[in-house]
Design a protein around this ligand. Sequence first.
Ligand code: RUQ
Ligand code: CUA
Length: 645
Amino acid sequence: MRSIILLALVGCATTPAPTAAPAAGGDLQAVMTARGLTDTDVLAAAKTYTPTGKLDEYVIFASGGQMGGLIAIGVPSMRILKYIAVFEPEPWQGYGYGGLSDKVLAGGDQGGKEITWGDVHHPNLSETDGNYDGQYIFVNDKANARIAVVDLADFQTKQIIANPLIMSDHGGSFVTPNTDYVVESSQYATPLGGTYAPLSEYNDKYRGAAMFWKFDRAAGRIDASKSWAVELPPYMQDLADAGKGPSDGYVFIGSWNTERASGSGGEGKPFLESGASQNDMDYLHIIDWKKGEKLIADGKFTVINGVKVISLADAAKEHVLTLVGEPKSPHGADVTPDGKAIVVGGKLDTHTTIFEFSKIKEEIEKGEFASKDAYGVDVLDFQKSLRGQKEIGLGPLHTVFGDKGDAYTSVFLDSTVVKWNYNDLNVPSESLSVNYNIGHITAAEGDTMSPDGHYVVAMNKMAQDRFQPVGPLLPQNFQLIDISGATMQLLYDLPIPLGEPHYAQMIKADKLKPIPAYIPSGTNPYTGQKDPGAVASGEERIERHGNKVDVYMSEIRSHITPDFIDVNQGDEVTLHITSLEQAYDQTHGFTIDMYNVNLSMEPGKYDEITFTADRAGVFPYYCTEFCSALHLEMEGYMLVKPKGS
Ligand code: RUQ
Ligand code: CUA
């Protein structure tokens, strides 16, 4: 036992050794002394150290922020398992370099513009009956109002869908308890449908929207034709969450800027941040999406840029939209596991505010409203809608949940995680310092109807003295916290070196059932079927029709067939490539020098590249993964005969 702990220390400690002598030898006490470790450090190491060959209990899917994709991380080891390319071309996965995945990326073009990055904020795992089912994960791109669908069978992005109504999103991507809908609401108000209106017309022409993307689980895709939206007032809608259990059928979206500030606008008005912070209260939006679905079915919508939209007037009249006050400039709107309450953080406040859903519902049903907003939307009485408020510390943001009525709120300005009880607000809270400026927080299955407890991860924006300095741009810091004991214990720091991950979700690892290979051989990952262009061994060939050349190729250790291709300069070439491998982990790659094409050919995969052979010369093509002893020999030539020769 002692020696296991010892190995742990050598493997995962983050504190530099105080002496020049390396920690060596087999005596635990000597190593602790040499490395300046306390008993608490050793306990933390023993809780996270995962010997080689052992698997993690949970997997985190974290947003990759500006990187545009997702990061899969094992818990408790905090080992990074994979980057998943979503909105950005990514060479290792051969994503966006000439193959079939180019079409997925092109699905995210906005207004005819190709966009090659994303500002990823909120990954959401698919749910069945309010619990993660391990099948899909959805993410939003705040900067370009897009949603992506990632299939967890092969960890590949299968669809990017561009929202034609709004210019940015933030309340996304949140799923309803059976993943009927993926919800995406706007952040910055703009004229809907990408049209123009001057800032002086902000109140009348600028709007928000909540999009309800219909998810077709059998197809594994969002079905745009069955999707619809609700027009919202030009308050900046923020985080959202879907109701569950008693609150199933509702979506809750926080907002800031009920002042409808739009910046100075050349008229000497205040800048946005002060203009938007005048009122004491903003509005939590309560959307009855089942009612919205009915209005759409009854034809009560207008079409804006191809999207069926319930107008703000209709949404107000039919109570598809109702508002309730929430403390100034809130952030985070999180439904409790039992679906009975909604927790809202106030960025400029010291409390979390807990709304009681049954009270909200009763007030709406009885028509007991306190006022109307400027657009005729009914506003509920704040006090009457509350379970209560809990003093937490300065700048509470997001809240996740454990399995015993325990809630964990990230407190940005104080840099703490605060544990409290959402059933009994009188239970004293407990606070743990984190490093530093925590944004989101995630808990094991913490966003479902049955959280697991065990672990919380603090997702900190700053890490100034936690890691070796690497210039002015620092990694962010994920801190693993053990919540299974009487008090919280900080276990491990993981630097995140390629973006600002906003949110993450943590799923029980055994719920994930990824495929080891594409079966049958020649499967197109985007149709799930054997592709008509796939070949079996012996069927490889080159077909020429005028200036179109189709090459039916295969890859298997250690051969690319055919191993030469003769074409004429200007020919349109399509390579149909099949990996004939079926052995787990036997991945090949494929590239042609100088042509900017690059694929990852996992076992059994079919992929396809079309390009114009516009540069004459001799171009080696080869496998880019060291797949076998004769990997270097896995090569061929494309000979492009110059025009007129
Ligand atoms: S955000 S740090 Cu989710 Cu985009 Cu709160
Ligand atoms: Cu196949 Cu290297």
